[in-house]
Design a protein around this ligand. Structure first.
Ligand code: PMP
Length: 400
């Protein structure tokens, strides 16, 4: 019955790794994957995560029962505290409904479907460009997707006027997706002053913020600093949605652990919102997985483990910052044409190099370097060993 089915295209991001795996070259480098790698190019399981897992395994009363539809209650509380801050008025006033979801993607999907069912506006504005899965997730949630200007290729920085203009002309009440920090793929974030202007504009037009936080702690190395944008929007007493992922900052990629929080106007509304979120989740996957959420709760509830986590997180962030400097220096020392200062200015896991799709194809062909066709490279996939090879490849690509 499926004989006439067409072959579906590879996912544009995950397909990079598929192509990389097929390449037999010993010098190949994968800069397409959005996952942290050590200096040796290996995946990293944080020490604190190993410790938490050991504690879970050694606990004789541990069982494998289903979680509630909304997930592990303690995990939900701690996750809200992590992003909004322990002293957040919204938490203290019990105005936050939090449900454990399948990492960041699942949180976006559940939030999107909740909005499509219960919110009066069906249009969500997403930045141009954004993570490639955003438009698909929201379209399948039942929302109409439109974009707002975000990045200016001419300056490799924020297109702030375009952003204000586009959000300013969005219909009142529209939903707006905002990357909380370390914007993917550009590595360009608004300054705090710019965030404040965005907040004022959005609140004045009753635009509903939907934050995506996939890199808390990865941008600056500080969990609190990376949550500043979000906390400004909570501090004004308004409503918002928040999708949180522990994939990158705890290295729990495959455990699929994340949370959706909806900040409401009152505790009473939050209770009803949670009841409706359950109706979205139950027919989708019934209830979320136990293991990853147990790891996160074990770490977040214990101040000593929490501190160890922040140190390990900072070490990952610092290695990435160092790679930026190394790559920048390597291009400067080769006299590669162009202003490469955006490499050190951009933050988070990715650099938007400004290389075009032909240059990307050339580097794959000639240097076995793999990245997405928009010229995005994962700094987390680089090492002292691979920086010179990448710099040679970029130099050849822009001077060919
Ligand atoms: N949002 C953004 C901006 C991302 O970059 C990612 C991961 N690449 C996600 C959400 C979702 O990741 P996950 O589902 O693995 O948490």
């Amino acid at each position: 019955v499926f004989a006439a089915l067409e072959q579906a295209p590879e996912d544009p991001i995950l397909g990079v790794t598929v192509a990389y795996n097929k390449d037999p070259s010993p010098v190949k480098v994968n800069l397409g994957v959005g996952a942290y790698r050590t200096e040796e190019g290996k995946p990293l399981v944080l020490n604190v995560v190993r410790r938490a897992e050991q504690m879970l395994i050694n606990n004789p009363s541990r069982v494998k029962e289903y979680l509630p539809i909304t997930g592990l209650a303690e995990f939900n509380k701690l996750s809200a505290k992590l992003i909004f801050g322990a002293d957040s008025p919204a938490i203290q006033e019990n105005r936050v409904a939090t449900v454990q979801c399948l990492s960041g993607t699942g949180s976006l999907r559940v939030g999107g479907e909740f909005l499509a069912r219960h919110y009066h506006e069906r249009t969500i504005y997403i930045p141009q460009p954004t993570w490639g899965n955003h438009p698909k997730v929201f379209t399948l949630s039942g929302l109409n997707v439109r974009s707002y200007r975000y990045y200016d290729p001419a300056t490799c920085s924020l297109h702030f006027e375009g952003l204000l203009e586009d959000l300013g002309s969005a219909p009142s009440g529209s939903i707006v997706l905002l990357h909380a920090c370390a914007h993917n793929p550009t590595g360009v974030d608004p300054t705090i002053e710019q965030w404040e202007q965005i907040r004022q504009l959005m609140r004045s037009k009753s635009l509903l913020p939907f934050f995506d936080s996939a890199y808390q702690g990865f941008a600056s190395g500080s969990l609190d600093k990376d949550a500043q944008s979000v906390r400004m929007f909570v501090a004004d007493g308004g409503e918002l949605l928040m999708a949180q992922s522990y994939a990158k900052n705890m290295g729990l990629y495959g455990e699929r652990v994340g949370a959706l929080s909806i900040v409401c106007k009152s505790a009473d509304v939050a209770v009803r919102v949670e009841s409706q979120l359950k109706l979205v989740i139950r027919p989708m996957y019934s209830n979320p997985p136990l293991h990853g959420a147990s790891i996160v709760a074990t770490i977040l509830r214990d101040s000593e483990m929490f501190n160890e986590w922040t140190l390990e997180l900072k070490a990952m962030a610092d290695r990435i910052i160092n790679m930026r400097q190394q790559l920048f220096n390597a291009l400067k020392s080769r006299g590669t044409p162009g202003d490469w200062s955006h490499i050190i200015k951009q933050i988070g896991m990715f650099t938007f190099t400004g290389l075009n799709s032909e240059q990307v194809a050339f580097m794959r062909q000639e240097y076995h370097i793999y990245m997405t066709s928009d010229g995005r490279i994962s700094m987390a996939g680089l090492s002292m060993r691979t920086v010179p090879h990448l710099a040679d490849a970029i130099h050849a690509a822009v001077t060919q």
